[in-house]
Design a binder for this molecule. Structure first.
Ligand code: PLP
Length: 406
């Protein structure tokens, strides 16, 4: 293993703080990741030295920062291997990205009786925008089922797709269970039927290599704050053939070519989808975060996080009365589990008191919890700054929970 974990940990100031007088153990990386000092420094530098609204002024600061914002777009383009930088649109996060596509694509292409396919594994952010679209257009939402280990049943998906299908929208990695979906196969099947596919990459870009051209997805979305970048920034990658045809989602400044009181014409890509002042500070911060993880090395991250996941799975499985939810073979960095006869909230509260941050509840995936007949789980989600010693501490905390409630 080629990572110096202690050196990496030193890059993240928050990791050296204490919680309840105990060293913080942060296992809630699926919710948001911590930020390295370089990202924080970049944001301070912009506000103290470079701040100015972009795309507007002809003055020095505005021109410089506009260039840096557009350079950030190119960093994201390379990160996901998009063919063109104008196919990268900055949003506030995955949620806004999916809402933008659902509204805008739906406005143009979805009509009464049409069908949209999602999966049982989705986060609410990839359910509700499609549900609302279906209500608005009197379309039908269809859901790919899963088996007991949490894998999508692709035979059922194949049977579901029809000339009425207008979009397939699935996550790359499930936030609640960590299961990696075979999106390449899902896309192939959709494309054989001329149906576009949106891949929700909120839980995949931080754990592995994403190549939108290799996947051949039509849309790919993710959030900056889950990939070691700032809050308030997200991305849509979309094939230009779709984005050019789709109407804008939000309207206002910057997304226009010409405005009169009689008529407005819209700007070109990517600006057509970036109404108003964008979060240029966060966009540049995201580019800094991407540079940072590329320095760490995506291959190193994949290898080390797999080691952590395997170690944690083996240790947790050996605890009597602990049941892992989502036992599919292909998983990334997340373990969801329950303890016999102990409510996940009670367990989470005790674990928290030991300085360990885990997530408890339905993880914004209520239909998935309903599928397993549970209210929620305890979720530990790992990053390359976590260690095996921290996993040992989590196991000790779980034993204490069992002793307290057992
Ligand atoms: N999709 C998935 C798979 C997620 O895990 C999340 C957040 O947890 C989202 C969408 C929503 O992301 P955001 O809250 O950053 O918009």
């Amino acid at each position: 293993m080629s990572l110096d974990i202690q050196k990496i940990r030193n890059d993240f100031p928050i990791l050296s703080r204490q919680v309840y007088k105990k060293p913080l153990i942060y296992f809630d990386n699926g919710a948001t990741t911590q930020k390295p000092q370089v990202v924080l420094d970049e944001e301070i530098k912009i506000y103290t030295q470079e701040n100015s609204n972009i795309h507007r002024g002809v003055h020095y600061l505005s021109e410089q920062l506009t260039q840096r914002y557009e350079d950030a777009r190119k960093v994201v383009q390379k990160f996901v291997n998009a063919p063109y930088d104008h196919e990268v649109i900055f949003t506030s996060g995955t949620t806004e990205s999916i809402n933008t596509i659902a509204f805008s694509y739906g406005e143009k292409y979805v009509n009464e009786g049409d069908e949209i396919i999602i999966s049982t594994l989705e986060h609410h952010a990839n359910i509700v925008p499609w549900q609302v679209l279906c209500e608005r257009k009197k379309a039908v939402l269809k859901v790919i089922p899963i088996n007991e280990s949490g894998e999508l049943i692709l035979d059922e998906y194949e049977k579901m797709i029809s000339p009425k299908t207008k979009m397939v929208s699935v996550n790359h990695v499930s936030n609640a269970l960590g299961i990696v979906n075979d999106v390449k196969r899902i896309i192939e099947i959709a494309h054989q039927n001329d149906v576009p596919v949106l891949v929700d990459g909120a839980q995949s870009v931080q754990h592995g290599k994403v190549d939108v051209q290799e996947l051949d997805c039509d849309f790919f979305v993710f959030s900056g704050h889950k990939v070691y970048g700032p809050n308030g920034i997200g991305v849509i990658y979309g094939k230009e053939k779709w984005l050019n045809e789709m109407p804008p989602f939000m309207t206002g400044g910057e997304m226009i070519k010409k405005v009169t009181f009689e008529k407005t014409t819209f700007n070109e890509l990517p600006f057509k989808f970036e109404a108003g002042t964008p979060n240029y500070v966060a966009a540049i911060g995201l580019a800094t975060a991407i540079d940072y993880i590329q320095d760490v090395g995506i291959e190193n991250i994949i290898e080390y996080e797999k080691e952590l996941l395997d170690y944690a799975t083996q240790k947790l499985e050996s605890i009597e009365g602990l049941k892992i939810v989502g036992t599919a073979e292909k998983k990334i960095s997340v373990i969801s589990f329950n303890l016999d006869n102990i409510h996940h909230y009670d367990a989470g509260m005790v674990i928290d008191k030991m300085g360990i941050a885990v997530r408890t509840g339905h993880h914004c995936a209520e239909p998935l919890m309903q599928r397993f007949n549970i209210e929620g789980t305890i979720r530990a989600s790992f990053s390359f700054y976590n260690t095996k010693e921290e996993i040992d501490k989590l196991c000790e905390a779980i034993i204490t929970v069992k002793q307290m409630f057992g």
